[in-house]
Each structure stands twice: as C-alpha cells, then as structure tokens.
Design a protein around this ligand. Structure first.
Ligand SMILES: NC(=O)c1ccc[n+]([C@@H]2O[C@H](COP(=O)([O-])OP(=O)(O)OC[C@H]3O[C@@H](n4cnc5c(N)ncnc54)[C@H](OP(=O)(O)O)[C@@H]3O)[C@@H](O)[C@H]2O)c1
Length: 320
C-alpha cells in the first residue's frame, strides 16, 4: 500500500510517498481502507520533530480516518467488512492515517454518520472529539450559560461553536475580520475581530461586566492569564494548547475559577454522540480545502502559515 512517510523530522519537504506492507488486523482490531484523512496542527508538530522523543522514525502520521472496514481480526463483534467507519488513531501509539490502510482497535472506532462524506467525517473526528471533551466533560457547559471560544474559524473552534449552540449556550468567539461572517454562519452570537478589538473589553461590555461562564482556549499565549478578566464567578477555563511560559493566575482565585487541560482521548462513545448531533442537523464540519495524499506537503505548508485563508478544516483524499 502507499503511505506518506517521515524518515526525518523537518519542513513539509521531508514527506516521502512509499510502498509499504499492508497491516494485518490483530485480536479486536479492524483493517480499514482509508478514504480520507485531514490535517491537524498535531501533524505538522510531529513532522517538525516537536514530539521526537515519542515518535520513532520512520513514521506515518495522520490523526483522522474515514473509510471502510476491509477485514476484521479475531474477537471483533462491533464491525463487519463493508462498514463505513470514522475515528482518531491512538496518538503516539502506532502508525497514523496518511496511508491507504490503517488498523485500529474496535473500541475507538465508530460507525460513520451516514449524512457525512468521507472528507467531512475525516474533518470531524479529532476536532469534534476534542471540543466535545472540553465543553461537555470538562467545562460541563449548561443551557443558558455563556462561553468564549478563542479561534472560532479554526478546525476545533468552528466545531466548538456548533456544539456550544447545540448545548444551548450564548457563544462569543474571536476571529480575524475575513472570518467574521463564517463564525456567524457557524452560530456564534457575538463575533470579536481579534486584530481590531481587545476581547476582554468587548466581552465585559457585552455582558455588563459579568463575564462568561466558560473560556475555551485553542490559541495559547496569554489566554490563560487573561481569562480571569473575562470570567464570571465559578467560571471554568479549558485549554487544549500546551503553553510553556508561566501564567499568573492569582485573579482566578477571586473568581473561584477552575482550569482544565485536555489532551484528546479516543473512544467510540463520543463519536456516537457527535454522530447524533450530525444526524439531527446540529453539527457539520466545514471542509475549507482538499488536497490529495500526494500533495500532503503542500497542505501542511498551507495550514502552518498564519492567515492562510482556511476556514474550518483541510481534508486529505487518501484512497478514494
Ligand atoms: N489538546 C488536544 O487534544 C488538541 C486537539 C486538537 C487541537 N489542539 C491544538 O489546538 C490548537 C488549534 O487547533 P486547530 O485544529 O483548531 O487549528 P487550526 O485549524 O489551525 O485553527 C487555528 C485558528 O486560530 C486562528 N487564530 C490564530 N491566532 C488567533 C488569535 N490570536 N485569536 C483568535 N484566533 C486566532 C487561526 O486563524 P488566523 O491565523 O487566520 O487568524 C485559525 O483559524 C492547536 O495548537 C492544536 O495543536 C489540541
């Protein structure tokens, strides 16, 4: 089978397309023909070598799969050949999805939402699972509460807006000017142009100084240390970004705030919940660009560039 391989860490040019052996499903595993994948920042972080201690070379990265079960290993009861499936491969625990076939444990695989194409499903599994964990499990966002979602035009952000609206929250989000209408079309109630407005001022003005119940950070930088300035009493902050610099959180104490850090985990249950929202028409990933597996380097280079004009996700056609 064809697989896009990393034999060294570096820029997008380090990708090499190779013929490698098709994997064989073991006990409890399914072999999936990968129709589509997508790119997450994690993929270019892995490619650059940010996690070189966790990723032995040669490596295949890629953290979203939508495809069709071709074969099942011993003990598989949930799937049969021909089933359309979607999932996020276990991170740092084996080959990723930039390959024509992928093997996964049945426990992390879900039945693909019927109304999504493979490109759409592969654009939702990782970002949807992350946003779902952040908003429902960690922040426990409730009907009638308010949330600030940083980066509302991004892969995670545009899905988080839709999830928060499905939960029944009032949604504030930050985007650049070119993405204001897109964020509104995802359902955001108040869209803040982060280049022209200070979001702390904008939120305090919009909420008469009360602040929001939840801050969802997909950006990093000083978002954690500034969160108490926009948080209501008993507010929750959820970050999915690794932030190396120290953060002064003394004001969080006065707000009775709680902070949560999410590193996305895989399980079928959350895929099924996302699927329910998709089939109800409350959630749909936006595919902002599509590249072929052969053009993966171009796709990586584009997503890595700030102000790249991409709204939502970059999907990859693997083995149509
Ligand atoms: N912990 C986890 O499990 C997990 C899971 C998924 C993602 N992540 C991390 O979460 C981050 C976001 O992922 P993603 O998939 O959403 O990435 P993405 O698709 O590249 O989206 C990032 C978005 O943020 C926007 N942006 C940049 N600077 C901003 C600012 N100051 N204020 C508001 N928006 C800004 C970007 O657009 P412009 O540059 O055009 O403004 C882009 O729309 C990445 O660091 C990723 O590694 C972590």
């Amino acid at each position: 089978m064809k697989a896009m391989m990393l034999k060294s860490f570096g820029g997008p040019e380090v990708f090499e397309l190779h013929d490698v052996a098709k994997p064989v499903p073991g006990t409890g595993q399914v072999l999936v023909r990968v129709h589509a994948s997508s790119i997450n920042p994690l993929d270019y972080q892995v490619r650059r070598g940010d996690y070189s201690d966790l990723v032995p070379l040669p490596a295949v990265t890629g953290h979203d799969v939508s495809g069709v079960v071709e074969e099942v290993g011993p003990g598989v009861t949930a799937f049969a050949p021909g089933d359309e499936v979607w999932y996020t491969p276990q991170i740092f625990a084996g080959p990723g999805s930039y390959a024509e076939y992928h093997v996964a444990d049945q426990a992390i695989v879900g039945k693909k939402p019927a109304s999504l194409s493979h490109l759409e499903a592969a654009s939702l599994s990782l970002v949807g699972g992350t946003a779902w964990e952040a908003l429902t499990v960690r922040a426990a966002l409730k009907v009638g509460e308010s949330i600030l979602i940083h980066g509302g035009a991004g892969g995670v952000g545009h899905v988080a807006i839709q999830l928060a609206k499905a939960i029944g929250a009032r949604v504030f989000t930050t985007v650049r000017e070119a993405n204001v209408e897109f964020a509104r079309s995802m359902g955001a109630d108040v869209v803040i142009d982060y280049e022209k407005q200070d979001y702390v001022d904008a939120i305090n003005r919009e909420t008469d100084g009360r602040g929001v119940d939840v801050v969802f950070d997909t950006i990093g930088g000083n978002t954690l240390s500034r969160s108490p300035d926009v948080l209501a009493q008993l507010g929750r902050v959820v970050s999915i970004v690794d932030i190396a610099q120290p953060q002064n959180l003394i004001q969080a104490w006065g707000k009775n705030a709680s902070y949560h850090f999410v590193f996305t985990r895989q399980n079928r249950g959350k895929l099924d919940e996302l699927s329910t929202l998709v089939e109800r028409g409350q959630l749909r990933p936006h595919v902002g660009a599509v590249y072929s597996l052969a053009d993966l380097a171009l796709a990586h280079a584009r997503l890595e560039t700030p102000n790249n004009g991409i709204q939502g996700k970059v999907a990859i056609t693997v083995a149509p």
